[in-house]
Design a protein around this ligand. Sequence first.
Ligand code: DCP
Ligand code: MG
Ligand code: MN
Length: 341
Amino acid sequence: TYFKAKSYGINHNEHITSILEQLMNYYELLKDKGRMFAYRYAVAKIKDYPQKITEPEQVKGINKIGAKIQKKIIEILETGTLRRVEAMKEQGRLKLLDEFGKIWGVGPSASDKLIGLGYKSVAQIKQNPPSFLNENQRIGLEFYEEFLNRIPRAEVQRITEIVEGLAKELAKGRELTAISCGSYRRGKETCGDVDILMTFEDMEPHQGFLTKLIQKLFEIGLITHQLVISDEEVVRKHDNSSFEGVAMLPGGLHRRLDIKIYPRKFYAWALMHFTGSAQFNRSLRWFAKSKGFRLSDEGIFPAIRSNGETVIGSSSVVCYTEEDIFQLFGMPYKTPEERDI
Ligand code: DCP
Ligand code: MG
Ligand code: MN
């Protein structure tokens, strides 16, 4: 979604703003917020300028446009364009940013680096991967094509059953709840990955359990690669355990698998969060914010503005079910399917 800065009245400086907007959109794709906002501000100011700008002197009179952007505007006045924007178009940067961003573990900044090094396709990166790619990014690269395939519902269900079965064996009598969240829980026919959430109903600590479970899943051959695991036995605020890796059924494709274990007191909040959709979560977070709260996967916390800073309170209302959360929000309950927005 490309951003266009707002303007009221006539834009006398389309010759400048149309070029600056291309850079602004590029920084947005790069998730470079600092530059994005600086350009957004400059574009809005220039759109509101009452005359056509033809001289560098006019630009210097505009309040709060930084020196770097001023230089860019002067370059546009002198050459009609920006070298930076021309090079960007020549390299097909926008399309490549999008394509490279689909490699698991490769974010906007790594993509930008790859483009800078001259890579024109994922195939070229595969053929001759640069040394800065870490182990996880190499796995993402190795399974690039496989991960683009959506996972049929029945396969998500099968993988979940195996994980759940083994987890219950390992739990040795402790009552364990395991559920497949994400797009699966919202009833989609196919899923991008498998999102399994677990909790122990006895409320006792779970640290160390996920490490053992993953070990077993490696042994039976369901899990083929591990990217990230955090399952420390330390007391910290976020004492949830998390695994990201790769699973494969016999004769099947490699699939991305996420497994999380949350303490029971956070479970309903985590269930809401991992059920999504991401868009549904955004709208809930926005709603919470408008009421002076911050919503997370662990609860809802008072957000207090003081001296221009936001302080987040540490205690949340305890909710043990999703129904309780909807009730707290004063909203009628929505089924997971109804959250697929
Ligand atoms: N999530 C979120 N914000 C994000 C990413 C994720 O709130 N930026 C939450 C909502 C998602 C859930 O985590 O539903 C799981 O994330 P996935 O990326 O696995 O998304 P889905 O399971 O919804 O879709 P997909 O079928 O692509 O996996
Ligand atoms: Mg998912
Ligand atoms: Mn996921």
